[in-house]
Ligand binder design. Structure first.
Ligand code: FAD
Length: 434
């Protein structure tokens, strides 16, 4: 059944600072379309956009509200990276594959800017300010140095450079980093306004979208498929599953559910920093990540500091997990003493067995695009081009995304204790500096 979470919105900073929500009705009768899309996040909306461009009639079916999933709650870091570094990809799969994946990331970033301009999304507040990866010890700094050199020399990527410890301290105001790798590609965005802007653009084009419309069952009928919802049926020639980390809300997405490990990721935001000793923090407007396994990351939005991390978060949010995140933030930024935390929220990141997103076909009628492993803002919001091509019968080349099969997680029933075990182990390794 649909998760008991109310479609009433997540109490995030993004909700508190969002543009008006484009409203959509729920499905109340039967309809026919060329393609039914399950999921109203970046992936589903992007897919609808490109299917409509190709002359097909798509419909987006969203169980809750547009952007209710990760697309409306994420950190808004626009990046062309994957969870696996390009150097590792080259070592495991060859240099041509690494080049293709790198190009894919760059295209995805470029597409974000084009989309915002095309749809006139002012609220998206996109700042192409780049990102800085901060090394938490000398060993990880060496790894970053070698990665930056490889990216420049082998892939010809001139958008990366190194900063020493002093420069990182000056730029971040944070303690204890050994140095960092500056990446000029990408930047930061208001993620909820971005997904709402995308939906508003579809609405203006007359593309069909239904909220509060969970697909509860999918079946095959004649030469097509049928998607059943509580108050109406959609018949279509093809179906696209775009439910990423929320693929277990109903049995309709059961065929992909076991390929995804949902991993909770949480964020906190401070009150505006003007007039406090922390007013000058993170003035470049970049996003920052750490090299720890249980990564913490931070950025500014408006005049507030946002701090996020994965870690001691289980199936639901807990007071103690948020308290641990806040403690880590205050330890890193002593200037925040006395500054209040005003917003706390979380969402699910979709991990896959090979740490990569996947685009492919389950059968002749069902396509999926999911598994972004926490880096889907740029990629998912533009992936519709490739999904539409796949639906139309071509074979898009997205490197490992299309070449590797979507594998099910072995011992899926044990995923929750396993995630906790792995998280605990990573925290231990981070704590002892390994
Ligand atoms: C806390 C957090 C921080 C993150 N930070 C970043 C970041 O800074 N940068 C970055 O690149 N990535 C980040 N990510 C990842 C990024 O948000 C996702 O990769 C991206 O939003 C995926 O978009 P999507 O459309 O595929 O999925 P979602 O936006 O999750 O959309 C899936 C939708 O499917 C709907 N659905 C599920 N089942 C059904 C059903 N049966 N019927 C109808 N609808 C259904 C859900 O309600 C949901 O709205 C973060 C994720 C989280 C959770």
């Amino acid at each position: 059944m649909v998760a008991p979470t109310s479609p009433a919105d997540i109490a995030s900073l993004w909700q508190a600072t969002s543009v008006a929500r484009p409203a959509f009705g729920s499905l109340a009768s039967d309809h026919a379309f060329d393609v039914a899309i399950i999921g109203g996040g970046y992936t589903g909306l992007s897919t609808a956009r490109y299917l409509a461009k190709s002359g097909l009639s798509p419909v987006v079916l969203e169980a809750q509200r547009i952007g209710w999933g990760a697309s409306g709650r994420n950190g808004g870091v626009v990046s062309g990276k994957f969870r696996i570094g390009f150097k590792d990809i080259a070592a495991r799969h060859g240099i041509d594959t690494a080049r293709r994946m790198h190009a894919l990331g760059m295209e995805a970033i470029e597409h974000v800017g084009q989309l915002i301009e095309e749809l006139g999304m002012e609220g998206a507040d996109y700042r192409p300010s780049g990102s800085l990866r901060c090394a938490h010890n000398p060993h990880t700094l060496d790894v970053l140095k070698s990665e930056a050199a490889w990216l420049r020399e082998t892939l010809g990527d001139r958008g990366v450079s190194m900063l020493d410890a002093g420069a990182v301290a000056e730029e971040t105001g944070a303690r204890g980093f050994a140095g960092g790798m500056l990446n000029h590609h990408g930047g930061v965005i208001h993620p909820l306004n971005f997904v709402r802007g995308l939906a508003a653009g579809l609405k203006a084009q007359g593309i069909a979208l239904f909220e509060s419309t969970p697909v509860v069952r999918v079946g095959r009928e004649g030469a097509g498929i049928v998607a059943e919802t509580p108050a109406g049926r959609i018949t279509a020639r093809q179906l696209v599953i775009a439910t990423n980390s929320y693929s277990d809300l109903t049995p309709a997405t059961a065929p992909v559910r076991k390929a995804i490990i949902p991993f909770r990721s949480a964020m906190i935001a401070t009150e505006p920093l003007a007039g406090t000793p922390a007013a000058g923090l993170l003035s470049t407007g970049r996003s920052y990540t750490e090299t720890r396994r249980m990564m913490r990351w931070f950025r500014k939005s408006g005049d507030r500091l946002l701090y996020g991390g994965r870690g001691a978060f289980g199936k639901t949010d807990t007071e103690s997990a948020f308290a641990a995140l806040e403690k880590a933030m205050r330890r890193q930024f002593p200037a925040l003493a006395g500054v209040k935390v005003t917003h706390r929220w979380s969402g699910l990141v979709a991990m896959t067995l090979d740490s990569l997103p996947h685009l492919g076909r389950l059968d002749d009628r069902v396509v999926y695009a999911l598994g972004y492993n926490g880096t889907g803002v740029a990629l998912a919001s533009g992936i519709g081009r490739h999904v539409a091509a796949l639906v139309a019968g071509s074979q898009p080349d997205l490197g490992l995304l299309t070449r590797q099969p979507l594998a099910s997680i072995p011992f899926y029933g044990l995923r929750e204790p396993a995630v906790r075990l792995v998280a605990g182990w990573y925290q231990f390794l981070d704590a002892i500096g390994r």
